[in-house]
Design a protein around this ligand. Structure first.
Ligand code: PGA
Length: 247
């Protein structure tokens, strides 16, 4: 039986002072059960702060990106092994903002997923179509192309990853995919994962992301192939984020 996972993506938000309050509220407000977990992905400089505040708690933490390289002359990059040193359990890779604003290709994203796994982190591999792609009926082709690049590199190791479907048109826009729209894509991804990793695909967590809020989380998370959410804006407020996680 798959559990549920809700991951907060802080994006480039926060300050030492703001984080202290948010982390304390999350820690005191959350009791995990084996079937319900939450985590936050914070900016790199705050990994130590998340570790200090959350160690021994029911919350996990991680990063929003990692380098595809292990070490070396890559100025400004951060290796997955460095992220892991701060007790991180996971790293988001291939978020649509990285793909669109920083030119990350399907191949780069696959390499980053491999780098995360090699460092002992769970990669949260993001896929999702733009509004233009959806309107051109290209949603299935786009998300499968993005997933297949990771399948091709990782093979059966992909079973250790989490996959997040985030339609680009729903991110930060207040427009959420309907449960039907989201479940259709999640079902498609699950079927593709079965051909890639076999029965292990049934234990993989598939998250939905894009304007998830406390008031729409319940219907989304009730879908057969939606195992939780990747939450941006609403993860910056402890009450809202915990309400989503309880949904
Ligand atoms: P949002 O962002 O919840 O603010 O739409 C989700 C994401 O980008 O992961």
């Amino acid at each position: 039986m798959r559990g549920k996972l809700v991951v907060g993506n802080w994006k480039m938000n926060g300050s030492l002072r703001q984080n202290d309050a948010l982390l304390a509220d999350l820690r005191s407000g959350w009791t995990a059960t084996p079937s319900r977990r939450i985590a936050i992905c914070v900016p790199f400089p705050y990994l130590w702060q998340a570790q200090a505040a959350l160690a021994g708690s029911a919350l996990d933490w991680g990063a929003q990106n990692v380098s595809e390289h292990a070490s070396g002359a890559f100025t400004g990059e951060v290796a997955a092994a460095m992220v892991a040193e701060f007790g991180s359990r996971m790293a988001i890779v291939g978020h649509s903002e990285r793909r669109a604003l920083y030119g990350e290709t399907d191949a780069t994203v696959a390499n980053k997923a491999a780098a995360a796994l090699a460092a002992g982190l769970t990669p949260i591999v993001c896929v999702g179509e733009t509004l233009a792609e959806r309107e051109a009926s290209a949603t299935d082709a786009v998300v499968l192309r993005q997933l297949d690049a990771v399948v091709a590199l990782l093979g059966a190791r992909l079973a250790q990853a989490v996959v997040a479907y985030e339609p680009v048109w729903a991110i930060g826009t207040g427009r959420t995919a309907t449960p039907q729209q989201a479940e259709a894509v999640h079902g498609l991804l699950r079927r593709r994962l079965r051909t890639a990793v076999g029965e292990a695909a049934d234990d993989m967590l598939l998250l939905y992301g894009g304007s998830v809020k406390a008031d729409n989380a319940k219907t989304l998370f009730a879908c057969a192939n939606i195992d939780g959410g990747l939450v941006g804006g609403a993860s910056l407020k402890a009450d809202e984020f915990l309400a989503i996680a309880r949904a």
